[in-house]
Design a protein around this ligand. Structure first.
Ligand SMILES: *Cc1c(COP(=O)(O)O)cnc(C)c1O
Length: 391
């Protein structure tokens, strides 16, 4: 049997074919007129993708590089910050802030649960001076969506000077984030998620408040220096050699997103996520996330079956790469991505494969029940399927 390799991991995600073709083009030198055109276009369309009038800076690094930049550029040694954490990526904020010598306060929720805006409010009221609040828009390790708007508004109300720093690496392109209206000071993205290009580029949107802070922030920085990149951007340039091929691919992907419309990209993930949730529940599987994100669906492995085996069999039998749980969740959950270049056929094919794999692992499931639930939900959500005559 032919098996097509397909990524269903919440990063890296499948490449947009036009972007993939652009990645293979002959190299451009970065200090040429042709490449400056690419840079200008990337910078404009990134603002559209983020949905902000704030400047969006990029770095050649995976997403974590931009997270590091968000600490190194806006804070000084010993600054007190609050991290909302409920998974592996929240823990990354804690580790990064500790590595830079910040005084870290935490508001935690257990894996699978969302951050409590009330708990964050209480903590903000109790703590004195606080320079920043960090959290994820969506926690990719657990599939949970946090309430970015509430957390941001509460922070602004109680601590007007604190910077709101959001890791939206899987939140962008999968959920509505109103960066300007909610006053999100620093928002982070990465190329290998909803942007449909390979890993290697990270993005940071920076508010005026945050640029002001950067002027007095004393933590050391060199490569990940946002002000240096901003100055270079004004000259249609970059501070260092950028990942030219990735940027050439990214322009194509961003143009495609612009054509499609940001809202439609988000809706695509929402519909596929919604259908997937209906499908797995119809198979009597439990969702791991209390408040599920649309970027990905985290599913609990049925009792007696390890998600290690589900992951392995999905790949071996069908070429479908789903993500296992991370850390203590390994073996217990598996994760299915919806962000970026996915369509109905990908989703429903995955569910059909999952039904067969679960059956082969001894789980008694009603073949077709998941597929049928996904189909029915799709009809409810996407009315045009029912009304071909109106075309
Ligand atoms: C993918 C991801 C990151 C970044 O990880 P990198 O491997 O450095 O690209 C950070 N936060 C979240 C929520 C992610 O999904």
């Amino acid at each position: 049997m032919i098996r097509k390799p397909r990524l269903f991991t919440p990063g890296p995600t499948p490449l947009l074919p036009e972007a993939q073709a652009a990645l293979a083009a002959p190299a451009l030198h970065h200090r040429t007129a042709a490449f400056r055109g690419v840079l200008d276009r990337v910078r404009d369309t990134l603002k559209y993708f983020f949905g902000t009038t704030n400047e969006v800076v990029f770095f050649t690094s995976s997403g974590t590089g931009a997270m590091e930049a968000a600490i190194a550029n806006f804070f000084s040694p010993g600054d007190r910050v609050l991290v909302g954490t409920a998974g592996k990526f929240g823990e990354r904020w804690v580790e990064l802030a500790n590595a830079y010598g910040l005084q870290v306060e935490k508001v935690e929720s257990p894996y699978g649960k969302a951050l409590s805006a009330d708990k964050i409010k209480e903590t903000l009221q109790q703590l004195g001076d606080l320079r920043g609040v960090f959290f994820q828009a969506t926690e990719s390790s657990t599939g949970v969506r946090h309430d970015t708007e509430s957390i941001a508004r509460i922070t602004r109300q109680i601590r007007p000077d604190a910077l709101v720093v959001v890791d939206a690496i899987t939140g962008l392109g999968t959920s509505e984030l109103d960066i300007d209206e909610w006053e999100l000071d620093v928002v982070i993205g990465g190329s290998q998620k909803a942007l449909m290009v390979p890993p290697g580029l990270s993005f940071v949107s920076v508010s005026d408040r945050a640029w002001q802070r950067a002027k007095t922030a004393k933590l050391p920085r060199y490569y990940f220096d946002l002000q240096k990149e901003r100055e270079a951007a004004r000259k249609h340039d970059t501070a260092f050699t950028p990942a030219t091929s990735l940027l050439v691919g990214l322009v194509v992907a961003l143009d495609r997103i612009h054509q499609l419309g940001r809202a439609n990209l988000i809706r695509n993930a929402q519909v596929l996520a919604d259908c997937t949730r209906h499908a797995v529940q119809a198979l009597d599987l439990k969702l791991f996330a209390e408040v599920p994100a649309d970027a990905l669906t985290a599913v609990c492995a049925p009792s007696g079956i390890s998600s290690n085996d589900i992951e392995k069999q999905m790949n071996e039998q069908f070429g479908a790469v789903v993500a296992n749980g991370q850390g203590s969740m390994k073996g217990k959950i598996f994760r299915i991505a919806h962000l970026g270049y996915y369509d109905f056929t990908d989703m429903v094919g995955l569910i059909a494969a999952l039904e067969l794999v679960l059956t082969s692992l001894g789980y008694s499931c009603n073949l077709g029940a998941g597929v049928r639930a996904a189909q029915n939900r799709f009809i409810e959500l996407v009315a045009s399927v029912r009304e071909p005559a109106s075309r």
